[in-house]
Design a protein around this ligand. Sequence first.
Ligand code: NAD
Length: 476
Amino acid sequence: MSTHPDLHLLVGGEKLDASGRDTLDVLDPATGEAIAALPKATGDDLDRALDSAVRGFREWRRTGADKREAILRKGAQNIRDRAGEIAQALTREQGKPVPEATGETLYSAMLLEFYAGECKRLYGRTLVRPEGSRVEVQQHPVGPVAGFAAWNFPSLNVMRKIGGPLAAGCSVIVKPSEETPAAGLMIAQALLDAGVPGDVLQVVFGVPDEVSRHLLASPVIRKVTFTGSTAVGKHLSKLAAEDLKVTTMELGGHGPVLVFRDADIDTALDTMAANKFRNAGQVCVSPTRFLVEEDVFEKFRDGFVERAEAIKVGNGFEKGVQMGPMANDRGPDGLAAKIGDAKDMGAKLLTGGERIGNQGYFHAPTVLSEVPTDAEIMNEEPFGPVALINPMAGEDAMIEEANRLPYGLAAYAWTNDPARRRRLAAEVEAGMLAINTGGVSAVDAPFGGVQWSGHGMEDGAEGVAACMVTKTVHEG
Ligand code: NAD
């Protein structure tokens, strides 16, 4: 295990360390022990960052597309070159197995490469009138962006906050999670080393609500982008509305999985069980409510339990481990309450249901079946390694249950009936629908939700468009 990287703020291109600043402990979720101290930004630091962001925006928006693209591509290469170190720090702070941390970091580099290419695809359009007048529809960067990232994907969440704005020509102040600061900081450094000016990309930490209130109170910030819970997303949206700032909100979900009798059940099981326990279920697009047609319910349920019991849980640094600890103590504590409530209401606990060991935040892969619709876990995102598997009477009932909650992030369906696929695509209310696949993420495809799962897409051309404003220029 390598030594933990130096943790600091990055303001105006300068590293600001702990001297003269309060600090927060960063914990190893596999042991619960403090591994590093993270400096908190003072009010003056945040004001400095805001001043820098104004200068950065002025400079970066005028930097040509070729140059921006080249710098971002170099940044992506730096991330690739450093992926091993970044993954080590990520696993230490967040817990996921090293191969997953490495994959996440390399995917972040791929996303940045896609965004780099988008620098040259920021087109306007011209309306040419027969009588000779013209109207130009131009796209301009929205302005300085404040980004707030969650701890579940310490590399990718930060990249999603900074990639779109940087391609669009915006400056960004990003606050990675204080629980998992290193990967985001290392990614930002990779970009600064590639030539992104220090005023254009800055990193701050602190008490989340204090930092966001400070930054959002400033007229400098024109866009807010957040990944985290629906409750905090609503709170930040209200703060943003005070100043009519643009928002992108990537919030919670409660992924329904519709499994029909005509599906390839073994493929569905292999794919969805692996998906469910990835990152210990702490994934906004995690499959959670498995709605299984009655004829195949028993086969699916038993196959899922078998696969859950085969998952190797342990320290993310151990070879062969498939699921690490949960990232913080809120994880297992929150699950205990939700699983207890479900059992009290009559759900069957088929496997797991408990913490593992007395050190760190490990939780067993868990399967509950026949979970009543009014149990808390059927309504609030468990955000942990728990699958809820219920028998369903048929397509109409399955679609109705899938759409019952106000969340609409990722939904999944397994069916070999082409007509049904079209109906599901039309009727399931979600930002993303995966049919006969577990994947809902591709660098060139928009990623995001509807209703309580948020609004505004990240990734794809939409991820850059969300950082632009339109100006219409009429010429006589
Ligand atoms: P949370 O919303 O309190 O925190 C999520 C992230 O937001 C953290 O990194 C935190 O530092 C940051 N944050 C919190 N309050 C903030 C504020 N006022 N201003 C700016 N940033 C702020 O959630 P949590 O307690 O860490 O997890 C609870 C639930 O949140 C989970 O169970 C899950 O439902 C949801 N969540 C969703 C995602 C996602 O990918 N959409 C990620 C993490 C958590």
